[in-house]
Design a binder for this molecule. Structure first.
Ligand code: DGJ
Length: 745
């Protein structure tokens, strides 16, 4: 891993074993993009890559130099108003109303390691893991620095970027847009991959061919949202899961975001990723600075799986932190779908007792334990226990559950308040909204103003009191509505557009303080299911509730898409009851577990209602998961198949390539179906693997190149017409699934 600066040519080359990123200081002292992709040899000069060429009518920066037009030059962090008519990476307004800036290269610094981004989540690394290049651009009229930082990791095909604006002058500057990264690609021959959805169907994979003009996804909801994930990828048309080029972009941020690809008149594609400029502004007075979130850019020539593994490895090693980072996660049971609001200490203890017998290790008490919370109209904000349900308090139930040998976890929704609550009576001024005007309800609740430090301080105290008083080792932090009427009573008029970003900084602040005060607590983030599944959250909470939809078939789509960016160790996945509470579908207990294994794994049903046969199946499932969870959490994950007729398969293989698990799922039965096989990935060709479920051995090369034969699907049986040996197939009916283990001898 190195960052090379060629003083003569004024070029930077960032490279590791897999990727190169090259850019240059242009003649106008701004930065020009030359190359991002597979590692290329370092050379004395890359200047020929700039290929300046004019167009008679193009605006040009230097008198009579038609060739130097920012309209056609690929840039690193383009400004507004310079003849480059594409979307700029940033925009500022000065006191006289001017939006024209001129930041020029002044100096740079290269150092081993990576500094924290104050108040924001970000990747981290030791000096041996990561090298940083910080470029100081300066606008001498407004005396302002713009520090563009690049980070290259030794072991990952990844560049991360962020930008900091510093106002060193006396003039007030208003930032109107400050993207985290801007990247100009040579061509537009790409498909844009995005993860879209809604409540209960989060992160479905969609793709579209790039067209001239702007195509974008984003969030204006105050959270990263279920609608779109803060991620896009640009892949070649021929790129598959395992082959071909793809660039992935992910934002380490949980608030409003914009991810955009713009194809210009010359087929250059500009990708912008950062805080959504809509409703955003940030005022910088003398001495103040603004830090953008971090953008992660991955290059893979090994298809979408290569990209996903790069994100997974980076996030597992350099984003997720703390005690639980590499620890196997306990198999949990959550009482939400078992009881909803309707529980007592006794009913909870019964579920806990049975859970313990089945091998479960963590009991999570979900919504409904506080205030008078018998439905979702009341009590959010009143973080004191409901003694009618829990006569011995949280302290009592936590103790009784830990006495059984289980850990105890608790649900909070700290960002919210109900009108029917004591907190509402005391602090209506803490609610987001324009006082005197109507507020919009969301799940019957309002959002607390996390841009107000008093609110964050209050919640830290309230939550800390409970966490200190009881034996709690897990928190599920929920967030069940988006922001409307964005207005903070605490902010002055000219800073109202700072609100959305300040809100999320408040959320990070509370998380950070709780992480520091309770370092052994395992946090799981959640937002009406998976509406805030983003890298920002992973910095504070190593796992995320993926979706309220626990139906096995729906989860195939959701987990398939989620795995594009997020590691299995972060994907909250539970087995729930049938008929499923979200889609009313009935799938076998086996399939429900076979899907949930590829995540953090747990149960969300009333285990006291299981039949003895189901109890046996569940305890075997838990044994299976415990035996394999290290591999599942730490191995390399490959998506293998996702066909339109509802066949899915995926696998996970240990880093040493010695053990693997393959899972295949069939949603719909096909009449008289063709035979099927699946090509495995990532195995060692030389190793001989034993497959327990087939009772056979296979060499890695055979599994990867001939493939692994699926179970024979039922072909129909007209009993009277057949005599002698006949194999009508064993894989019968809809909703079947198979899990195979492979162990190198
Ligand atoms: C939404 C979450 O996604 C559910 O798991 C559950 O915790 C409910 N909120 C509780 O209100």
């Amino acid at each position: 891993m190195a960052i090379n600066y060629n003083e003569k040519t004024q070029e930077f080359h960032l490279y590791n074993g897999e990727i190169s990123y090259v850019f240059t200081i242009l003649k106008n002292n701004q930065l020009g993009q030359l190359y991002f992709g597979k590692r290329i040899r370092h050379r004395e000069s890359f200047s020929h890559m700039l290929q300046l060429r004019g167009c008679v009518l193009a605006p040009h920066t230097f008198k009579d130099d038609l060739n130097f037009s920012l309209e056609v030059i690929k840039q690193e962090y383009p400004a507004y108003g310079t003849g480059d008519y594409r979307s700029p990476a940033y925009q500022l307004t000065m006191e006289n109303g001017s939006r024209i800036t001129n930041y020029e290269y002044k100096s740079h610094e290269i150092y081993k390691g990576k500094k924290e981004l104050q108040g924001l989540p970000a990747t981290y690394g030791e000096k041996s893991d990561v090298t940083t290049l910080s470029i100081r651009m300066f606008d001498d009229q407004i005396h302002s620095d713009m520090i563009i930082s690049y980070h290259i990791f030794e072991e990952h095909p990844v560049i991360t970027r962020d930008v900091k604006f510093v106002n060193k002058g006396s003039e007030k500057l208003v930032i109107e847009r400050a993207m985290s990264t801007s990247m100009d690609f040579y061509d537009s021959d790409f498909e844009m991959v995005q993860l879209d959805g809604a409540w209960s169907r989060e992160r479905h994979v969609n793709k579209r061919k790039l067209q001239n003009g702007i195509q974008s996804v984003g969030s204006r909801r105050g959270g990263s949202s279920a609608s779109h994930n803060p991620f896009i990828a640009l892949k070649r048309e021929e790129t598959t899961e395992n082959q071909g080029e793809v660039y992935g972009f992910s934002l380490v941020y949980s608030g409003n975001f914009l991810a955009q690809a713009e194809v210009d008149d010359y087929d250059v594609t500009r990708v912008l990723l950062g805080i959504h400029p809509f409703e955003f502004e940030w005022t910088l007075l003398e001495g103040q600075s603004f830090q953008t979130p971090e953008a992660v850019m991955v290059y893979s020539d090994k298809g979408l799986n290569g990209m996903s593994q790069a994100f997974h490895n980076l996030f597992k090693e350099h984003l997720i932190r703390g005690y639980w980072k590499d620890k196997v996660r306990p198999v949990l049971i959550n009482n939400w779908e078992a009881t909803y609001f309707d529980f007592t200490e006794d009913s909870i203890l019964e579920i806990a007792e049975k859970s313990k017998d089945l091998g479960i290790k963590l009991f999570v008490l979900d919504d409904g334990w506080f205030g008078k919370r018998n439905n979702d109209h009341t009590s959010l904000g009143d973080w004191h226990v409901d003694y009618t349900k829990l006569p011995n308090g949280i302290e009592g139930i936590a103790q009784k559950i830990t006495d059984k040998g289980l850990r105890f976890g608790l649900w909070f929704e700290p960002e919210m308040i109900n009108e029917i609550s004591d907190l509402y009576k005391e602090h209506e001024d803490w609610i987001i909204g324009d006082p005197g005007r109507k507020r919009t309800y969301g799940r019957n609740q309002f959002v607390l103003d996390f841009s107000n430090k008093d609110v964050v301080d209050y919640l830290f105290e309230k939550m800390s009191d409970i966490l200190k008083s009881s034996n709690i080792s897990y928190i599920k932090w929920d967030m069940n509505r988006n922001i409307t009427e964005a207005f903070s009573a605490k902010l002055p008029a000219n800073r109202q557009k700072e609100f959305f970003h300040r809100y999320i900084l408040g959320v990070y602040d509370l998380y950070d303080r709780l992480n520091a005060a309770f370092p052994y607590i395992l946090f799981e983030s959640c937002a009406s299911g998976g509406a805030r599944f983003d890298p920002g959250m992973l910095y504070y909470a190593p796992q995320t509730w993926t979706s309220d939809d626990t139906d096995a078939v729906e989860r195939l789509k959701i987990q398939y898409g989620t795995s594009m960016v997020y590691p299995l160790s972060s994907i909250g996945s539970h087995v729930s009851a049938i008929p499923n509470h979200q889609v009313s579908r009935e799938t076998p207990l086996k399939m429900r577990a076979d899907v949930a294994y590829f995540g953090t794994f747990g149960y969300e049903l009333d285990v006291t209602k299981l039949t003895p046969e189901e109890e046996h199946i569940v305890s075997e499932q838990i044994k299976f998961f415990k035996k394999n969870r290290e591999l599942i959490q730490q191995g390399n994950f490959y998506r293998l198949e996702n066909s339109e007729d509802g066949r899915y398969s995926w696998m996970v293989i240990s880093k040493d390539q010695k053990t693997a698990i393959l899972a295949s799922y069939k949603v719909w039965a096909t009449p008289n179906p063709p035979l099927k096989k699946v090509l495995l990935q990532g195995l060692n060709s030389e190793l001989n693997y034993h497959c327990e479920q087939r009772g056979l051995n296979f060499y890695g090369d055979e599994l990867m190149h001939f493939g692994f034969l699926n179970e024979v699907e039922f072909t129909g049986l007209l009993q009277d017409n057949f005599e002698g040996e006949y194999n009508p197939g064993t894989d019968k009916g809809d909703f079947s699934s198979y899990v195979y283990t492979f162990e190198a001898k």
